[in-house]
Design a binder for this molecule. Sequence first.
Ligand code: KG4
Ligand code: ZN
Length: 354
Amino acid sequence: MEMITCGDPSFVLGGIMLTLGIESSCDETSIAILEDGRKILSNIISTQIPIHQKFGGVVPEIASRKHIINIMPVLDEALKKAQVQLSDIDQIAVAYGPGLVGALLVGVSAAKALAFSLGIPLLAVNHLEGHIFANFLSHPELQPPFIALVVSGGHTALVNMKDFNSFSLIGQTRDDAAGEAFDKVARLLGLPYPGGPQIDKLAKTGNPSAINFPHALMDKQNYEFSFSGLKSAVINYIHNAEQKKQSINKADVAASFQQAVIDVLVYKTIAAAHAAHMKSIVLAGGVAANSLLEQKLTAGCREHDCKFYFPDKILCTDNAAMIACRGYYQSLHGKYADMRLNAVPYLELTDINT
Ligand code: KG4
Ligand code: ZN
């Protein structure tokens, strides 16, 4: 296939660089414009949560259709808020995976069309790397190296980030992601989608020591996680109570479940930083908004003399500013995509060394 490149990346050197980011991997349509990689001029996020809430989760077909409807108005708003024209944009960064294929394709197609028509470079961004880079937007002083804990709806991973374009995966979940476990347990408790924030809120009124749920792989000397057994333990607990016609205290279940998840995440993250002689820990992904996780990692880092960074709440959720930030650092290493770019729904976090 003929390779069609988009524009001449050589202009990247010198002058102000405007990167336009596009994010459409799940149920948020977002477009952002960044100046020189770390200054947000605009970050418009159009969420579909109220639409999917009545189905108890994201309906992929509906998500794709809504992205198609939303993407142009979101683009217009992002340009207006940043007070720039499309012709001012220097490069386009887009999340091409992981996520829902139909949803990703809307962003990828828009990004390719914009890059081609404007004659500017295209950058293909791993959504999970984007979550880590959200921290560079919230903390202007932050520099690698650090250990990052990535906790989202689909992934739970520990990453050793040596440099902006050099990192290695040191462990991940063997089954369910932490966010997925939060969402499933919330559903069992009859709480609306997305379940994470609901459990977080309900747990504040419960007793975290009420039920002794399993802390999987806590004693193992590795950096892997497993949350499916914990989810089953919650299901069993609820079913047992139902069979005995006993009522359950939902706040206690939420608090005890949350405690079990957070205990393992915090223990393994601190252990990974310790083993790698790393003095900074960074939290990333949707579950980074969890108040107990923030509280426990703050305390753990203080105890182990580590600096702890987490993104502003609005940057924990899926957003295009983090995608543009990641794309900007890829552009500094000349890591451009071309017009063959496609959505990769099962894209993983892998070692990168450039
Ligand atoms: O990163 P994200 O916005 O989407 C993915 O890339 O998956 O993460 C969404 C996940 C959902 O599972 C949601 O329930 C969870 O993040 N989440 C939370 C909280 N806020 C969002 N989980 C626990 N506590 C929260 N406060
Ligand atoms: Zn995400």
